[in-house]
Each structure stands twice: as C-alpha cells, then as structure tokens.
Design a protein around this ligand. Structure first.
Ligand SMILES: CCC/C=C/C=C/C(=O)SCCNC(=O)CCNC(=O)[C@H](O)C(C)(C)COP(=O)(O)OP(=O)(O)OC[C@H]1O[C@@H](n2cnc3c(N)ncnc32)[C@H](O)[C@@H]1OP(=O)(O)O
Length: 284
C-alpha cells in the first residue's frame, strides 16, 4: 500500500500506486483538508478510473483515504463557482448548464461502477456526504471500528444527487433505514454499518484493514480476469434489471466468454487442487 506520501502525477488529489502485481491502490490525498473533494478531485477520479478500466495489468483496485479520516465530502470552500453561480443568460440556459455540471459530478462515481475491475473501498474515520456517494459505487466496502458514515446533504441544503439516493437503497435492505439516514443526516457507526450490510467487514484499525483489503484484492486478482470482470459486470446488470432480463444478458455474455482458455485452466487447477495463484492467466 502507498503511505500517503502525496498525490502522484498527473493527479493533485489522488495517489496511485501498485502495491502488488495486478493490484492498483488509489488514495484520496488531501489530508490537511480532511480529503475534501475539491474541483480537481471530481475530474481526476474520472481520468483515474478510465485509465484503470483500460489497463490490462490491473485486476483489482483498493481505494482508501490519506490521513485522519476517509473524506469530509464535497469541498465546501471550493463549491461556490460552478454549482452556486452557474452561467447562462436566462433560466433555461442556467438550468441546462447545471444539468451538464451535475452529470459530470455524477460521472465521478459512476466511473467506479463502469470500471470492470472490482473496487474494494477501505473506510477509516469519517465518511461524509460525497464519501457515501463514492462508497456505494464500490463493489466491496470495509471499514475500521472507528468509522462513521453520514448522508449529510440535507444539512447543506440539497438533495444528494451523485449516487447515494440511487445506490444506497440497493445496498441496504431496509428502506426505512435509508430514508432515516438521508432525511435526518444522523451518523451511522461501524457496528450498525456492518449489521445493515453497508460494509461487509469491520477491522480494529486502519493498518489491519489495509492488510485485509490487500489480501482480498490478491484473492480476486489471482482468479481468471475473464471470470472476475464478467462477474462484476453481470452483478451490476442484474441489480438494475429483472431476473429474466439478467439471465438473458449473461446468456449472451457467456456465449463468447465461456470460450476462454481460462475456463479449462481454472477447472484443471481445481481438479489438481492447485492454488489459483500458480496459474498464469492472460491479461485482459
Ligand atoms: C453536485 C455536487 C454533489 C455533491 C454533494 C456533496 C455533498 C456533501 O459532501 S455534504 C458534506 C459536506 N461536508 C461537511 O459538512 C463536513 C465538514 N467538515 C467537518 O465536519 C469536519 O471538518 C470533520 C468532522 C470532517 C473533521 O473535523 P476535524 O476536527 O478533524 O478537522 P477540521 O479542523 O474541522 O478541518 C481541518 C481542515 O480541513 C478543512 N475541511 C474539512 N472539511 C472540509 C470540507 N468539506 N470542505 C472544505 N474544507 C474542509 C477545514 O476547513 C480545515 O481547514 P483549515 O482551517 O484550513 O485547517
């Protein structure tokens, strides 16, 4: 794992490293501002995850935050210009402009979901506002015992519009709990986050969590990338479609993907009780 030594070029808010073969670690890195999401962050995420999606060397991603906490959400100081004073000669043009801007903000987290490589997010300390939007777009959520989550948008006078209201109800089973969190902006702590299914594991501290996240990424990366990436794409598809539609989708998907050499290699390894880490799968 990288150790918060600062953002890596060409980014100013993200540090990207490769702690192991086939694994990419992305860290939001503005610790002095509690990883507040400034203007640069919103577009750097898009560039970063589009690059990861295209990088055939990468098979799994770990995302975390540098410093004291995961993120304090949108940068309240930098928010002013485009959202608070959108350009345009009249209401229609201002509105159209805002629509375009909001779409761009939404893309910041949708790229995580569109990236076929599984993304494990590791949360320590606070995860506020935009942080909840971000983690709900990730595939696996881990946190530390000191973590807390807050859908804080109503406190700053807006309805969350970059993913929380759309994805959180699909992550947490209880609609009532989602409504409560979004309407009251109350903090939810690690144990409740685990019991409601927002996170799948709670670790005693950040160090242990990062070791756990890396181990999990290693397990994923050792498997056939055809199988893993197909699984991510189809899990997301089936979340958003009926069972018959999703069965039809995977049928069409697998009519080509089942022809992979990875199937024979993996099946043979299983028969011979070999560790998948010993099997060389081609890049994807
Ligand atoms: C179309 C757009 C869609 C997106 C919507 C997103 C909405 C949201 O994200 S709503 C949530 C907004 N965030 C907040 O309300 C959190 C504000 N911050 C805090 O409550 C505290 O800072 C926090 C509990 C996170 C941490 O407290 P701590 O005592 O550890 O640190 P501080 O001394 O408060 O802060 C240290 C410096 O960081 C700056 N900072 C913290 N959060 C933000 C932020 N969100 N935006 C900008 N700057 C932030 C803080 O000002 C301090 O800076 P400095 O004084 O220069 O040292």
């Amino acid at each position: 794992m990288s150790t918060s030594e600062g953002p890596t070029a060409p980014f100013t808010t993200l540090s990207v490293s490769h702690p192991q073969d086939s694994i990419t670690h992305v860290e939001i890195c503005r610790p002095e501002k509690r990883n507040a999401m400034n203007k640069a962050f919103w577009h750097e995420m898009i560039d970063c995850f589009n690059q990861i999606a295209e990088n055939s060397e990468c098979r799994a991603v770990v995302f975390s935050g540098a410093g004291k906490l995961f993120t304090s959400g949108i940068d309240l100081m930098g928010m002013a210009s485009d959202i608070l004073q959108p350009e345009g000669d009249d209401t229609a043009r201002i509105s159209w402009n805002l629509r375009r801007i909001i779409s761009k903000y939404q893309e910041t987290f949708s790229v995580i979901e569109k990236c076929p490589k599984p993304v494990i997010v590791a949360v320590h300390g606070a995860c506020i506002g935009g942080g909840v939007d971000l983690i709900t777009a990730c595939d696996i959520r881990l946190c530390t015992q000191d973590a807390w989550f807050q859908v804080k948008e109503v406190d700053i006078g807006l309805a969350a519009d970059v993913g929380t209201l759309q994805r959180l109800p699909r992550v947490i089973g209880s609609r009532s709990l989602v409504n409560e969190l979004a309407l009251t902006a109350r903090k939810m702590y690690a144990d409740e986050a685990k019991s409601c299914g927002l996170v799948s594991r709670v670790f005693p501290d950040k160090e242990t969590m990062m070791v756990g996240a890396l181990e999990m990424a290693g397990e994923i990366a050792s498997r056939s990338p055809v199988a893993v990436q197909g699984t991510k794409v189809n899990l997301i598809y089936s979340r958003d479609h009926s069972v018959p539609d999703a069965l039809n989708y995977i049928n069409t998907w697998n009519m080509s993907m089942l022809q992979t050499q990875d199937l024979m290699k993996s099946a043979q390894a299983a028969m011979e009780k070999k560790n998948l880490k010993e099997i060389a799968f081609s890049k994807l």
